[in-house]
Each structure stands twice: as C-alpha cells, then as structure tokens.
Design a protein around this ligand. Structure first.
Ligand SMILES: CC(C)(COP(=O)(O)OP(=O)(O)OC[C@H]1O[C@@H](n2cnc3c(N)ncnc32)[C@H](O)[C@@H]1OP(=O)(O)O)[C@@H](O)C(=O)NCCC(=O)NCCS
Length: 307
C-alpha cells in the first residue's frame, strides 16, 4: 500500500514536471470563435501561463476570491482574451479599463491561490474575469433599430413601460458587460455565474443603475444559455454587428433589469448582515466584559461583607 502511494506521488509529480519543463501547450476551445462549415470550432494553442500551473489541479470553488483586477494582471488578461475572443484588442483598451481615470469602468476577477511547484511559492491565478463599463443603454442597443417598439420590448422582458422609460432616460445608467470569460478547464463550475452575481451586487448598490446589458454573437449558444440561465432576457438583435475574418454576424442584446424592489431587498439584507457583524464582534464581547466586571465586583463586595 505504501509503495502504491509513493508510486502515485512520484508519477503524478513526474507528469507535472514534464509539463512544466516542456512548457506543453494545451489545446483550448472557445465558442466565441466562429464554427467552420462542418459546425466545428477551431482549437487554439494556449497562451496563458495559467494552463500549465493549474494542470491536473482540482480546485475548491469555495476558496475562489472575487475581486478587482489590477495592472499587474495585464499580460494574463491580454492572453486570456486572445484565447477567448476572435477580436483583437490593443493594449490601450485594457489600460484605460484598468487605469479607470474617470471611474467609468470596473472589473471582476475570480482569483485562486495555488502552490507553484517550481519554487513552492503561492501563486494567484485568474480562473475567470469580466470587464464592465457604466453606460447608458439608450444610445444604441434599444434604439438602434426601430424593429421593436417599447411595448414589444416590455412584453419580451416582462417589465412595465416605466422600467423601459428609466432605461432610456439619460439620468439613469446601466452596467455594460464588455467581456466575460472563464479558463476553459474550469467552465461549467458556476464561476461565470458567480462573476455575474458580483456584477449584480455592484449594480444593486448603485442608486441610479437600472440594468445590466451585453451583446453576444448569434452562434455562441453556450454563452446565450449562460445568460438566460442567469435571468438575462433578449431585448434586441442587431444585424451584422460583428465582422470576423471578413464575415458579418448578428448580435443579440441581453438585458437584466434591476428594479427598485430588488435594490430595497438587497439593502435590507445587507443591513441585517452588517448588524449581525456588529452584534457578534462588538456588542456581544462588550456585554461579556461588563458581565464579568459586575461578577467580580459582586464577588469583592461579598468578600468584604464577610470580613
Ligand atoms: C460563457 C462562459 C463565460 C460561461 O462560464 P461558466 O463558468 O462555464 O458558466 P457557469 O458554470 O456559471 O454556467 C451556468 C449555466 O450556463 C449554461 N452554460 C454554461 N456553459 C455552457 C455550455 N458550454 N453549454 C451549454 N450551456 C452552458 C448552463 O445552463 C449552465 O448551467 P448548468 O451547469 O446548471 O447547466 C464560458 O463558457 C466562457 O468563458 N466562454 C468563452 C468566452 C465567451 O464566450 N464569453 C462570452 C462572450 S459574450
């Protein structure tokens, strides 16, 4: 049994060591790339260094930390975008978002700490990310074609005209999800959905945010299913919005409306959780100290009386 155990450890590490030494390129796959005539997706060689680091590692999704991306992540963000999307983004695109000089953008990264076999140090890897912009939906996505009236859109997404009017009013704004993706080894583990929840929480905290929207290429069926599963509703179709390798493709616009009721409920829930925190870490300890102090005082008084 011990021999079997040692053998397992040895061979697993050997396999991993070979992968690291030879810098093995993994075949990766993204449904955001157009399918060929047979309907198959082209397989790409990996660019992100994370693939080798995570190779064979089973992650505990409870240990994923969701937080903003920083400029230190720039190279990996660029590589991941090349793996995920058939559109070239230049450096300035990412730099403006990460610098965020006017507060127009925010980012969410799903970070995970793993031990680097080379030097035994902890390395933070990005399992998924989203780049978002505070923007108004009115300018383009709902008004773009007159094919749908407000009444039709309202019916589609099951909200009343008042909400649509808010969406179109310049006073309010929305979150626009520019890009979202998950490392292909860890897809279908709810990481993408958790990133959407983080975005939703940011939107719920914002007083004048009335929705979250995005556009998705018509053939990306898994992304469409992903948004629909997360309560995003299709509000529009924009003909020939994307051009990839000289071919035009339509965009589907998806929207997640945020209602006042949802915001109030979110605030109420958070109020209770912050109250719980204050109770647990401040009020309760102080009560125990006071009780202890009173007990000692009583004890001293009794002793004095006896004497
Ligand atoms: C789209 C993407 C971000 C989804 O991330 P993810 O972490 O895999 O998504 P989740 O695990 O949270 O999936 C939630 C639901 O979405 C749907 N879904 C996700 N991936 C799917 C797939 N490949 N096929 C079918 N449905 C899928 C399912 O309904 C799933 O729920 P289920 O697991 O209970 O069936 C990911 O597939 C990705 O990075 N794709 C490449 C980049 C891309 O296309 N980005 C979107 C551009 S608009």
């Amino acid at each position: 049994m011990i021999v079997k155990f040692l053998k397992n450890i040895f061979f697993l590490n050997l396999k991993k060591a070979i992968i690291i030494i030879m810098n093995v390129k993994h075949k990766i796959f993204s449904e955001a790339f157009p399918p060929n005539e047979k309907g198959e997706r082209q397989q790409l060689l990996s660019l992100s260094s994370f693939h080798n680091l995570v190779h064979g590692i089973e992650i505990n999704t409870n240990e994923i930390i969701y937080k903003s991306l920083t400029k230190n992540n720039l190279l990996e963000i660029k590589n991941l975008h090349k793996e995920w999307f058939p559109i070239e983004y230049d450096d300035s695109y990412f730099q403006v978002i990460l610098d965020n000089p006017c507060g127009n953008y925010f980012t969410i990264g799903a970070f995970y700490n793993i031990k680097n076999c080379n030097n035994n140090e902890n390395k933070e890897i990005i399992l998924g990310l989203a780049l978002c912009e505070w923007d108004s939906i009115s300018d383009y996505f709902i008004n773009h074609t007159n094919s749908q009236t407000i009444e039709e859109i309202s019916k589609n997404i099951n909200v009343n005209e008042e909400v649509i009017a808010c969406l179109k009013c310049q006073y309010y704004h929305c979150v626009y999800i520019m890009n979202i993706g998950v490392l292909d080894e860890y897809r279908k583990m709810n990481i993408g959905s958790n990133i959407l929840t983080q975005i939703l929480n940011i939107a719920l905290k914002d007083d004048i945010c009335v929705g979250i929207y995005l556009d998705v290429i018509n053939y990306n069926k898994s992304a469409i299913k992903f948004y629909e599963k997360n309560n995003y509703k299709k509000v529009n179709e924009i003909k020939e919005y994307y051009e990839i390798n000289g071919k035009k493709h339509d965009a589907h616009v998806y929207l997640r409306v945020i209602t006042r009721k949802e915001k109030d409920e979110f605030r109420e829930k958070n109020k209770t959780s912050s109250f719980k925190f204050i109770n647990k870490y401040i009020i309760n300890p102080i009560t125990y100290i006071i009780k202890g102090f009173l007990f000692i005082l009583l004890f001293q008084c009794c002793r004095k009386k006896k004497n």
